[in-house]
Design a protein around this ligand. Structure first.
Ligand code: SAH
Length: 259
């Protein structure tokens, strides 16, 4: 078997705002022969690709099936064997709930060269865009990125019992449809009902919406506000800092109007 001449870059596109991509990722996009991109990737980024670059959508089109993971792997391998330079572009960071590790294992097993290029994960991007410091002195000395999706559970269930006690800020991905259950788990394991929660929909994009609630009422508020995907759930006292920032800004602008 001849060694593949191509290379696969497994790249993070950042959380939504196209300017939040890294310089390295942008350079690889500009050079690529082929770009395979996921649903959460901002398509504006594809404008930077070469005109003759192939653009392959791997996400779920409305009413259609997503490209299956084995088909994605096969496609990557086929392009690499043709000697192509491929950017495998994923939302946020490719290794945070992004299956980048699984794809790399397939490539490594076939001796196909690959490289990871990290991206700003949505927990970091969306919380910053919402004015929520994910750690903050006196409020949070730790944070965890957690999946709220049961699909990720197989073999490794999320330890809500431990998370409720041992981590200050929880950034929960893929949790919109499981919000009621997540809330129950956290309350059952002793998290206070008054713990603040922020729901950040389409974080860092023009369509960003931030909803704040408490753990007690979050499921009702999310339903009333018709929270949709993609959204991130931030649980913890750091959400209070957002309110403090908003208040401080209001006071400062009121004072400056007085002169
Ligand atoms: N690899 C991605 C996560 C993919 S899992 C990353 O590092 O961010 C998909 C989940 O990410 C969504 O269900 C949502 O919880 C979160 N997410 C992705 N983009 C988001 C955005 N712009 N705003 C809020 N949440 C987002």
């Amino acid at each position: 078997m001849t060694r593949a001449a191509g290379k696969i870059y497994i790249v993070g596109a950042g959380p939504g705002d196209p300017e939040l991509i890294t310089v390295k990722a942008m350079r690889r996009i500009q050079e690529a022969d082929v770009i395979l991109y996921d649903r959460l990737v901002n398509v504006e980024l594809l404008e930077y690709a070469r005109e003759d670059a192939e653009r392959v959508y791997c996400g779920k089109a409305p009413g259609a099936h997503a490209m299956r993971q084995d088909k994605i792997n096969e496609t990557l391998i086929a392009y690499a064997r043709q000697g192509k330079t491929v950017v495998r572009l994923k939302g946020g960071d490719p290794l945070v709930f992004g299956r980048g590790g699984e794809e790399a294992l397939e490539l490594a097993a076939r001796d196909i060269p690959y490289e990871f290029i990290p991206g700003v994960t949505s927990a970091i991007g969306a919380s910053a865009a919402a004015g929520i410091p994910i750690t903050h002195r006196g409020y949070a000395a730790s944070f965890a990125c957690v999946t709220g999706s049961r699909c990720h559970d197989d073999g490794k269930p999320v330890r809500w019992d431990l998370l409720a006690h041992s981590v200050d800020t929880l950034a929960i991905y893929m949790g919109v449809s499981q919000l009621g259950e997540i809330r129950e788990q956290l309350l059952m394991h002793g998290k206070s009902p008054s713990t603040p929660v922020a729901l950040i929909e389409n974080g860092t994009t023009k369509g960003q919406r931030v909803i704040t609630a408490t753990l007690e009422d979050v499921h009702r508020i999310a339903a009333a506000m018709k929270l949709t995907n993609p959204a991130l759930i931030i649980v913890g006292d750091v959400v209070r800092v957002r309110e403090q920032l908003i208040r401080a800004q209001r006071q400062a602008s009121a004072l400056s109007m007085i002169g």
